[in-house]
Write a protein that binds this ligand. Structure first.
Ligand code: IMP
Length: 197
């Protein structure tokens, strides 16, 4: 997956307000939709007859959560957690604070965490350790994106949407300074955007 300058056609499809900021289109909305169809089919097969609980990690996973939940046909409950990682705006430290905990008990339930991106893996590593201590029947992860080259801890991600290179990406729930979450595709930003903020 290469970071190439965005074409005029691709640019024209983005909301006007974001056009000046985008450097490259990494994954189109259509590619995301197609991949989510495939992943939902796998989830359906794996969780047939099981009591499934989807846990979305706020805020980045909101669209992945909504789109997976609407694609799967096995009955699933939904809950959310919000975590914040102490670190700079673009890297994580692994020290995680729970800002919003689950509303439900997960003991003996089949839990599928829905994530936007696994970068160093430190946030997810902490989250999984925390959730595992609550004794779910199973605990798996679906992440739209993964950056394997950045991984600092070993993690087993059962369902992965796309592997991306070591670049900062936004869109489809992912933000930079709370912007760009609403973009339907995954893009990279021009360097000026970071230096201006
Ligand atoms: P990790 O702990 O390094 O795996 O980072 C996890 C969190 O950092 C993700 O859930 C995102 O919120 C954020 N993050 C990591 N990489 C990116 C990126 O490329 N764009 C936007 N947010 C990112």
């Amino acid at each position: 997956m290469a970071v190439q300058p965005i074409s005029a056609d691709e640019l024209a499809q983005l909301p006007a307000v974001y056009r000046d900021d985008v450097e490259s289109l990494l994954i189109s909305a259509e590619q995301i939709e197609h991949r989510l169809d495939e992943l939902a089919t796998e989830v359906d097969a794996d969780y047939a007859g099981k009591d499934l609980l989807l846990i979305g990690v706020l805020k980045g996973a909101i669209f992945a959560m909504a789109d997976v939940a609407r694609r799967i046909t096995v009955p699933a409950a939904m809950d959310f957690m919000a975590v914040s990682s102490y670190g700079s705006s673009t890297t994580s430290s692994g020290v995680v604070r729970i800002l919003k905990d689950l509303d439900t008990e997960i003991q003996d339930r089949h839990v599928l965490i829905i994530e936007d991106i696994v970068d160093s893996g430190l946030t997810l590593h902490y989250l999984m350790k925390n959730l595992r201590s609550r004794r779910p029947a199973s605990l798996e992860v679906l992440s739209l994106l993964t950056k394997p080259s950045r991984r600092e801890v070993d993690l087993d991600i059962r369902y992965t949407g796309f592997e991306v290179p070591d670049v900062f990406v936004v869109g489809y729930g992912l933000d930079f300074a709370e912007r760009y979450r609403g973009l339907r595709s995954i893009v990279t930003l021009r360097p000026e955007v970071y230096s201006d903020s």
